[in-house]
Design a protein around this ligand. Structure first.
Ligand SMILES: Cc1cc2nc3c(=O)[nH]c(=O)nc-3n(C[C@H](O)[C@H](O)[C@H](O)COP(=O)(O)O)c2cc1C
Length: 142
């Protein structure tokens, strides 16, 4: 079985970010990620992004570096870097969950965004199970 590299980061959205910007980010991400063999989930809530990128480590790091240079977000903080056996979002070149519009997952979102401030050691144990719950709520993803 070939492994997959998972990276989760958290960032602050630019103050003037619009839904048009988010649509553009998703469009370009889906095109690039399909080419690079990257899958994942982008969550937006209350002016913050949390994103899971999964794929080959070099491809994931390349995309992360583009995101760090992208002024539509700033203060990029990597929360998790880990190797796993399988992709969580293998069906999506980039799934999107809008936490400001979809209320069904509010509880997961609160847990998720609170875990950002937890210690490096406990983050993985906290965050990965919550991301799996988002996968289970696929109809809410766009
Ligand atoms: C929050 C956020 C998430 C992003 N996610 C991705 C992504 O998953 N894949 C990607 O290729 N670009 C992503 N981008 C866009 C990159 O920063 C960059 O604009 C893009 O990769 C450039 O692609 P291009 O060279 O094809 O124009 C993201 C940007 C932001 C602000």
């Amino acid at each position: 079985m070939s492994g997959v590299f998972h990276l989760v980061y958290f960032s602050k959205a630019a103050e003037d970010l619009s839904y048009t910007d988010i649509r553009e980010i998703l469009e370009v991400s889906r095109r690039n990620n399909a080419r690079l063999g990257i899958t994942g989930l982008l969550i937006f809530r209350d002016g913050f992004f949390l994103q899971l990128l999964e794929g080959a480590e070099d491809a994931v790091r390349k995309v992360l570096s583009a995101i760090r240079d992208d002024d539509r977000n700033y203060s990029v903080k990597v929360l998790i870097e880990t190797n796993g056996d399988e992709r969580l979002f293998g069906e999506w070149s980039m799934a999107f969950h809008d936490g400001d519009i979809t209320t069904a997952s509010t509880e997961h979102l609160v847990d998720l965004f609170e875990s950002v401030t937890s210690s490096e050691l406990s983050r993985r144990a906290l965050i990965m199970p919550i991301l799996k719950k988002f996968r289970a709520s696929a109809p809410e993803l766009r």
